[in-house]
Design a protein around this ligand. Sequence first.
Ligand code: AKG
Length: 255
Amino acid sequence: MSISEDLKFAFDVQGYVLLRGALSPTEVEEYKGWVEQAQQTDVSALNADDPGRLEHQLNRPVSRMFDADPRFARFLDHPAVEPLLAEFLGTDYRHIDNDLYFTYPGYKGGGWHRGVQAHPTGHVIEGRFICPMVKVFYCLTDVGPGEGEFVVVPGSHKARFEVDTHRLDLPAQRVFDDIRAGDIIVFNEALLHNGRPNRSSKTRQTIIVNFGRNDAGVWPGYAPRRETLAAVTPRQREILSNAEAVWREPELVPA
Ligand SMILES: O=C(O)CCC(=O)C(=O)O
C-alpha cells in the first residue's frame, strides 16, 4: 500500500510526520494493559544469558520489550506505520532497537542528538527516500507543556550549518507539547531531537521502535532471542531478522 503525496512531501521537508489519533482509544487501552504487565519485568533475568547487554540498554523501564512480551512485536508492522516505513526504508525494512520508554517526573532532559548524519538531500535521491534510520514513537499518554515533551528541529536532517546544541532550546524547534494518547510520530533519525525536562507529576509513556533499511544491523544489546522469533508472525520475524549482527552507519550517497 502506498502513502499519499502530501505525506511524502511533509516527511521530506520536515523530516517527521505526526499521525494524529492513529491508534484508537480501544487500542491504547489494550496496549496500556501490556505496558502494565511489562513494567513488572525483571530486567536482570531477561538479560541473564548476557548481562553485558545491559550497559547498552536504557531500561526505563524495559528495553528489548519484544523479548519481554512478544505481543509488542505488533509495533514492527502496525498498519498505521508499515506503509510509511516501506516508503522511507524499502518494503524489506529491518528492526534496529526497541524500548518501552518512560519519561518520569523529575527527568532533567536529555541532550540533542541524531542517530545518523544529516544529508543535503534529506535522504532523497532521484525521487526516492534512502533514509538509513527512521524511528517511530507510539504515544500512549497525553503530553502537554512541561511534561517531558519530545522535541525535534524540523528540516535539520538536511542542515548545512552547525548549531550549538549545549542548550535546552534550539532555533526552529518543534516541541511536541500537544500530544494525545494514540498519536504516532515518525521521524528521520537524522533530525536533531531530544527529550525535555519533565516538571510535572505525570510519566510520559512511549513505545519506541527504531528501523533501518534491509542491510541495517541491530543496535548492540538489542538482538532478539530465538524464542521471540518463534513466537511472532512470519512478517515480524522477517523484520527482526537482520543480516548484519551490529548496526553500522552506511556510507552516504553523494548529493
Ligand atoms: O523521547 C525522548 O525523551 C527522547 C528519545 C530519544 O531521544 C530517542 O529515542 O532517540
